[in-house]
Ligand binder design. Structure first.
Ligand SMILES: [Zn+2]
Length: 276
C-alpha cells in the first residue's frame, strides 16, 4: 500500500539522497514501465540534475534542471530501494536510475509507472485531483466544502482522489475510527461537529503515520530502521477479529458499497446526524 504517509516518507528520503544529484544513467528492463524513446532519454534525462522531489497526492515528481519532470507512480506491491550495483533488491527490478555509484531501484513497477513529462503535462494529469490532504490551504471550512456534492459513504468519499488526494483505503478507515464516525454514514447527513472531528482526525492520523515512516513493507536502504514502522500501529485497518484499542470490542470487516472496510462496531456508532 502506498498512501500519503508512505509516499511522503519516500519523498523525504529521495530528497535527502538525490536532491542536487546528477542522473548518470537509466536502465529499464520492461519498456512498458517507461515509454520514453532512447533519444528523449539521452536528451532530457541522462546528465540532468534532480532539483527537488515533490509529492502530489499519490505521485512522486522529480523536478529536473531542464524543466522536465519524472512522474513516478507506485502500485500495489511496488517499492523503491536505494543501493548500488552490489547492494540490490533480490526481486525483479524494472528500473535502475543511476546517480554515479548510487542506484535507485524500482521494483514491481507496471506500465507507465514512470513518465517523462513537461510541467503542463503534469498539470494535465494531476491538476484535476482534489487538493492534498495536508495542504495548509485546506482549512476546515474548505475541507467540508470539498464534499458538498458527494452523496456516498464518508469512508469512500475520503478515499476519492478527485475530492481530496492522498488518502486510500487504509487511512480512510483509520480516520473514520479516530473520529469515531461510522464509515458507512452518508456525506450529506454529517453535521459540522462531525466534520471537525474528521478534519482533526485526518491531520492526526496522517502526521503520526509520517512520523513513524509510513507502513511500507520494504526498507529504502540497508539499515533503514524508520520506513514501515507505522505498520504495527493501525487501529482498525486489516485488524478484523482483534480487540479495539479504545473499547475492547472486536474489529469487523464490513462492506461499504462494495469496498472492504475495517471498523469497530461499538465505538464507531456516531452517524454525526443532523437532526432531521
Ligand atoms: Zn471500539
Amino acid at each position: 500500500m502506498h498512501e500519503l504517509p508512505e509516499l511522503e516518507n519516500y519523498r523525504a528520503l529521495l530528497a535527502e539522497q538525490f536532491a542536487g544529484a546528477q542522473i548518470t544513467g537509466i536502465e529499464i528492463t520492461n519498456g512498458k514501465v517507461f515509454q520514453a524513446s532512447e533519444e528523449q532519454i539521452e536528451r532530457d534525462v541522462v546528465g540532468k540534475v534532480v532539483w527537488f522531489v515533490e509529492r502530489r497526492g499519490l505521485h512522486l515528481v522529480l523536478h529536473l534542471d531542464n524543466g522536465k519532470r519524472l512522474l513516478l507512480h507506485l502500485g500495489q506491491g511496488a517499492y523503491l530501494y536505494r543501493g548500488s550495483e552490489s547492494d540490490k533488491p533480490d526481486r525483479n527490478v524494472q528500473m535502475k536510475l543511476h546517480f554515479g555509484e548510487a542506484v535507485l531501484y524500482g521494483v514491481g513497477l507496471r506500465a507507465d509507472d514512470l513518465q517523462l513529462l513537461t510541467v503542463k503535462e503534469v498539470e494535465g494529469k494531476l491538476g484535476r485531483l482534489g487538493p492534498d490532504a495536508l495542504d495548509k490551504r485546506v482549512t476546515v471550512d474548505r475541507f467540508i466544502a470539498l464534499f458538498a456534492k458527494k452523496r456516498v459513504a464518508i469512508r469512500n468519499a475520503l478515499s476519492d482522489q478527485n475530492v481530496i488526494s492522498g488518502i486510500g483505503a487504509a487511512y480512510a478507515d483509520e480516520i473514520c475510527f479516530a473520529a469515531a464516525i461510522r464509515p458507512d454514514t452518508k456525506v450529506p447527513v454529517l453535521e459540522n461537529e462531525a466534520w471537525e472531528r474528521l478534519y482533526a482526525a485526518m491531520h492526526n492520523v496522517l502526521k503520526e503515520a509520517i512520523s513513524q515512516g509510513g507502513a511500507g513493507e520494504h526498507p529504502f536502504f540497508e539499515g533503514d530502521s524508520l520506513t514501515g514502522k507505522h505498520r504495527n500501529h493501525f487501529q482498525v485497518f486489516e485488524r478484523e477479529g482483534q480487540p479495539c484499542s479504545r473499547c475492547g470490542a472486536v474489529i469487523e470487516k464490513i462492506d461499504v458499497s462494495g469496498r472492504k472496510v475495517y471498523a469497530c462496531p461499538a465505538c464507531q456508532q456516531d452517524e454525526g446526524l443532523i437532526a432531521l
